[in-house]
Design a protein around this ligand. Sequence first.
Ligand SMILES: C[S@@+](CC[C@H](N)C(=O)[O-])C[C@H]1O[C@@H](n2cnc3c(N)ncnc32)[C@H](O)[C@@H]1O
Length: 241
Amino acid sequence: MGRDETIPPEAGGSDERAFYGRRKGKRLRPGQEQRLEALLPQLRVALPERGASLDPPALFPVPVDEVWLEIGFGGGEHLAAQAAAHRRAGIIGCEPFVNGVVKLLRAVDDGGLRNVRVWDEDATALLAALPDACLARVYLLYPDPWPKRRQRKRRFVSDGSLAEIARVLRPGGHFRFASDIDDYAGWTLVRAARCPSLRWTARGADDWRTPFPGWPGTRYEAKALAAGRLPSYLTFERVEP
Ligand SMILES: C[S@@+](CC[C@H](N)C(=O)[O-])C[C@H]1O[C@@H](n2cnc3c(N)ncnc32)[C@H](O)[C@@H]1O
């Protein structure tokens, strides 16, 4: 789908807001404040003027073979582990929660991860600035579940956001979604089935119970497992409609 085509009306299209969470938690320690001030401006993605598109590989100071996106990285544990394991992949992480951003910055600093860039605002705006078919992977891991019926329209997954994710994935690229909330996994499957450019790759009954290859886990996943909830892991491939 081209960037100018109409996004379906459900929330999450390029002009919609999709962040309803907290931006701040506990007060940052002085060392965290310093790291935020020193490092975030170096790593932050600057969006182009409206109507122009980003050039994702050019965001990184090192050569990258492909670019990945993680939406809502929380404390950045998964993102940092993937960036350390795949130095030739440039990874853009989106997270408006400043306490999470500062944790990722520490991991970037400690690990010398030059293949990481950060967007510390709603991922919807970043998606809208990406050109078609520019990403090899998009991760959405344990998105806020918004379990109450009247709040479900706040969920990041919508017809509009899936159309955007499909648009920015290159053919054969993967969208990986994980959740411990069965209702959210079903919600995502229903909307992905309506998106002609995404194909669920599941082949057998156990596919969605098996973590993605090379999976380091996430902090929310650890909490879910400790509470006895079983996650679902869904992989969708970008296909020609
Ligand atoms: C439940 S947490 C999961 C964090 C992490 N993925 C994990 O599994 O540990 C969901 C995260 O998504 C972030 N988030 C929610 N809406 C977002 C949006 N529109 N753009 C970017 N991040 C978002 C929240 O700030 C929160 O940190």
